[in-house]
Design a protein around this ligand. Structure first.
Ligand code: TRP
Length: 335
């Protein structure tokens, strides 16, 4: 009792990489005992851009297994698949009818993705943040850990909740809880290996730009060997002209668990030829336990399915309650 509820999700597209792990999952895991947690797989969001039906389920199970392999503990955390709980889509529809179109047209992520899609852009892509609001508000979440790129969507979620409560709730009994962003300390923003000014991203067409959690040691070695660096000697966090240098030192710091000052001192005199093997070794060692656990967990698909079934039952109860309260507030006939 009394623990705040945290909720977040990841789309089952592409593979999870170090940016996802160090920027999000690792903190979900390390802070899970302080909260009541709902972490889901956002497969409905994954079809807002063209997708391949042959791999959607596979990617969903892989992501669920990675949640567990990274250390989420099902005694503290409900893990579930968004599309298996129909309340998400239903509440999104109800919200569609109270959300002004221009709130969505303003969304930066929509504008960026829509440009890439050209003529083919779907209504789902525009509506994506409304579904995200439904994801969050269904569970009456107190806190939503979000990165920079999702802040605007959380703001929109808060606006939708406030509007719904104002229009349809009673002043002293709001239907929806207004969530707060859970902002994490600086330093966990991992950049691309090919361009230190861009975020490491699943959607970057270049595999070389990221290290995936399931990359083999040989692959990791190759990627680090080829990653972008510069010609200066000595490594530092503090030179804004050297974004790659900052990024690789940050990676080393996060993966080795050392403090910034310890890493700065250790690497101050190093050249890339000395640093890269060190980073390679550290990365392989940091990922080894996750990869081993992942292999154990996926030996038997039925295990992951059982966990997701359990998560679904738990999540469904909470989601249905909120959906019913929202429908009641909107005045639908009960039976
Ligand atoms: N849009 C998020 C992303 O791409 C994923 C997501 C969907 C999410 N629903 C959510 C995150 C609800 C937090 C809360 O990263």
């Amino acid at each position: 009792m009394g623990q705040k509820r945290v909720l977040s999700g990841v789309q089952p597209t592409g593979s999870l990489h170090l940016g996802n792990y160090l920027g999000a999952l690792r903190t979900w895991v390390s802070e899970q005992y302080e909260y009541e947690n709902y972490f889901f797989i956002a497969d409905l969001h994954a079809i807002t851009v063209p997708h391949d039906p042959k791999v959607l389920a596979e990617n969903t199970y892989t992501l669920a297994a990675l949640y567990l392999a990274c250390g989420l503990d099902i005694n503290h955390t409900t893990i579930f698949v968004q599309s298996q709980i129909s309340a998400h889509a239903e509440l999104a529809w109800l919200f569609n009818c109270i959300t002004p179109l221009n709130w969505l047209q303003r969304m930066i992520q929509f504008k960026e993705k829509a440009i890439k899609q050209g003529e083919d852009v779907s209504i789902g892509l525009l509506d994506y943040p409304v579904l995200q609001a439904a994801d969050i508000l269904l569970y009456q979440a107190d806190l939503v850990p979000v990165g920079e790129d999702q802040k605007q969507h959380l703001e929109l979620t808060r606006d939708i909740a406030a509007r719904f409560n104002f229009q349809f709730g009673k002043p002293k009994a709001p239907v929806l809880k207004i969530p707060e962003p859970l902002i994490r300390p600086e330093g966990a923003r991992v950049m691309s290996l090919t361009d230190g000014t861009k975020k490491m991203s699943k959607s970057d067409p270049s595999e070389q730009s990221r290290i995936n959690l399931l990359d083999t040691p040989e692959n990791i070695k190759k990627k680090i060997k080829r990653c972008k660096t510069d010609l200066k000697r000595g490594l530092t966090f503090d030179d804004p002209e050297r974004p790659e240098c900052q990024n690789l030192l940050t990676l080393y710091m996060l993966l080795s668990g050392q403090s910034k000052s310890a890493v700065a001192a250790e690497c101050a005199e190093m050249g890339w030829g000395q640093f890269k093997p060190l980073l390679t070794e550290t990365t392989i060692e940091a990922l080894r336990p996750i990869q081993e656990k992942y292999r154990d967990l996926t030996e038997d698909r039925s295990y992951i399915k059982a966990i997701l079934q359990q998560g679904r039952e738990q999540a469904e109860g909470v989601a249905q309650q909120t959906l019913q309260a929202a429908k009641d507030a909107l005045g639908f006939a009960r039976e």
